[in-house]
Write a protein that binds this ligand. Structure first.
Ligand SMILES: *Cc1c(COP(=O)(O)O)cnc(C)c1O
Length: 220
C-alpha cells in the first residue's frame, strides 16, 4: 500500500500547479499529519476546533498553515480565531460578526471564505446562491474579516459527475461577485472538490481542493 508520502508526491505530480492542496485532517493522528507536512503539504484543514488545538500544540503553529473547513459554532469562535490562519466556512452575518469582534479584540484580520450551499438544500450549511451577494456586501463592511473567495461542498451524490452542475454554479457566482467590484473583498480562492470529486472541481475552475482520503487513506 502506498504511504502518505507517496500519495502526496503522486498528487502534486499530477495536479495543476495553480491548484492549492488542503489536507483534511479530521480523525487523523499527529504522526500522519506530520508525514503529510514532511511530504510537502502546506495547508491543513480541520473540522473541529478542539482537534485542531491539540494538533497545533503538538506539531507547532509554524509547521503549516491551519484552515477551518468545518461548521464553526459561535461559542467556539474565540478559540478558533486564535488558532486558525483562515476560516472557510462562514455562511451567516452573525458568524462573520462574531469572528470580526473576536479578531478586533486580538488585533488581527481573519481571511475567510463564504461557504455556499450550491444546491440550495434546506437545513444544510452554506448561504444559498440567491443570498450570497447580499451577505458578502454586508460582510465586506466588517473591518477584521477579509473575504477572499468561496467554498462549497455540494450535495451528497453517488457519482462525482453529478456535482459538476453545482461546482459550475458556484464558479458562476464567484465570477458574478468578482464583477460586482465590492470594496474591500477579493475573489481569488475557489475551494471545492474532495477526494471523490477533485478532478471535476478542477475542471470547473477550483483553485483549492480539500483532500482527506486521497492523502491519508480511508477513515476508520
Ligand atoms: C472531510 C472533508 C473533506 C475531505 O474529505 P475526503 O472525502 O476524505 O477527501 C473536505 N472538506 C470538508 C469540509 C470535509 O469535512
Amino acid at each position: 500500500m502506498a504511504s502518505i508520502t507517496d500519495r502526496v508526491r503522486q498528487l502534486r505530480a499530477v495536479l495543476p500547479s495553480h491548484v492549492e492542496l488542503v489536507a483534511a485532517a479530521k480523525t487523523r493522528t499527529c504522526e500522519q499529519v506530520r508525514e503529510a507536512i514532511d511530504a510537502g503539504i502546506r495547508i491543513i484543514g480541520h473540522n473541529y476546533v478542539q482537534e485542531a488545538q491539540l494538533m497545533i500544540e503538538s506539531l507547532g503553529r509554524n509547521a503549516a498553515t491551519w484552515t477551518m473547513i468545518g461548521h464553526l459554532q459561535r461559542n467556539k469562535v474565540s478559540v478558533a480565531v486564535s488558532l486558525f490562519d483562515s476560516i472557510q466556512s462562514v455562511d451567516s452575518l452573525r458568524l462573520a460578526e462574531a469572528i470580526d469582534r473576536e479578531c478586533q479584540s486580538i488585533g488581527r484580520v481573519m481571511p475567510i471564505l463564504i461557504e455556499v450551499n450550491a444546491a440550495s438544500e434546506p437545513h444544510k450549511s452554506g448561504v444559498i446562491p440567491a443570498e450570497a451577494v447580499d451577505l458578502i456586501r454586508k460582510v465586506a463592511r466588517l473591518e477584521f474579516v477579509s473575504v477572499q473567495g468561496l467554498m462549497t461542498l455540494g450535495p451528497q451524490v453517488s457519482n462525482p459527475e453529478q456535482l459538476r452542475p453545482y461546482f459550475r454554479e458556484t464558479k458562476k457566482l464567484f465570477d458574478r461577485i468578482s464583477r460586482e467590484q465590492i470594496p474591500d473583498i477579493s475573489m481569488s480562492v475557489l475551494s471545492m472538490g474532495m477526494s471523490d470529486s477533485y478532478w471535476v472541481a478542477i475542471e470547473e475552475d477550483a483553485t483549492m481542493i480539500r483532500l482527506g482520503t486521497t492523502i491519508f487513506g480511508p477513515r476508520s
